[in-house]
Design a protein around this ligand. Structure first.
Ligand code: ZN
Length: 247
């Protein structure tokens, strides 16, 4: 049995799969990892700001114009489409086999593929709120006002994306739900994340099920705990898994 057949067999055998994913899940959809995107921005704009600064709460509050210039040009990808990874995960949830997708991504591609229970640790570009009156806005409101800081049409307050910035805490309820999902899972598939960013690394220590699978191009600090490591592109891998399962 090769690696893909092994993964397909474990998926067939499981009724409680949890997927934990990071930026690598969306790179095949054309969304660069933000660190490389920020690096590109720094080069192109001759910007003195590293990503940890540009995507921080204090930077947003002090220079929202520069924040939104970067955010609109590099963090939002309305043209991106789900890839084979997103599609398989949505299908497995529809079959009742997958119980949750936990993601560090903010792109909404899992929902676009049809996933329903998506725990977004770092928030989403698709949800935005007026900082003054708390009115809700979709992504359009941020995109429509393309050359300024987006303002609430009702009260004039700044519209802030529900994206967790540096210096901001993660949503407590989302974290608690993620821990519970991982603790209850019997197959944990980790994809497209280096597992070097907290709390990602500590979250997966709650897993007590049967098999841990790592889908990542580069080694992670948790490789020794994985039962299976596949280093090919994750969209390709899960796309081929869908073919194997369909036989
Ligand atoms: Zn408002």
């Amino acid at each position: 049995m090769n690696q893909l057949e092994q993964l397909a067999a474990w998926i067939e055998d499981s009724g409680n799969i949890v997927f934990f994913g990071g930026a690598g899940t969306s790179t095949e959809s054309g969304i660069p990892d933000f660190r490389s995107a920020a690096g590109l921005y720094q080069t192109q704009h001759n910007s003195p700001y590293p990503p940890e600064v540009m995507l921080s709460r204090s930077f947003f509050m002090s220079t929202p114009d520069i924040f939104f210039d970067f955010y609109r040009s590099k963090m939002i990808h309305p043209e991106a489409k789900p890839n084979g990874a997103h599609l398989l995960l949505a299908e497995l949830e529809a079959q009742g086999k997958l119980q949750a997708v936990i993601t560090q991504n903010i792109d909404g591609l899992h929902q676009l593929a049809g996933s329903r229970r998506v725990l977004e640790l770092h928030g989403s570009v698709h949800r935005n709120h007026c900082m003054s009156c708390r009115r809700y806005y979709g992504l359009e409101q941020v995109l429509e006002q393309a050359d300024a800081v987006p303002r609430c049409p009702e009260c004039g307050g700044i519209i802030k994306p529900d994206v967790v910035l540096y210096e901001e805490a993660l949503d407590h309820d989302v974290l608690v739900e993620a821990v519970a999902a991982i603790a209850a899972a019997d197959l944990l598939i980790i994809g497209g994340t280096s597992l070097t960013v907290q709390p990602a690394a500590s979250l997966i220590t709650y897993f007590q099920g049967r098999h841990t699978v790592l889908l990542n191009g580069d080694p992670t600090p948790y490789d020794h705990q994985a039962d299976l490591i596949i280093t090919d592109r994750i969209g390709d891998v899960l796309g081929r898994i869908q073919e194997l399962l369909g036989r």
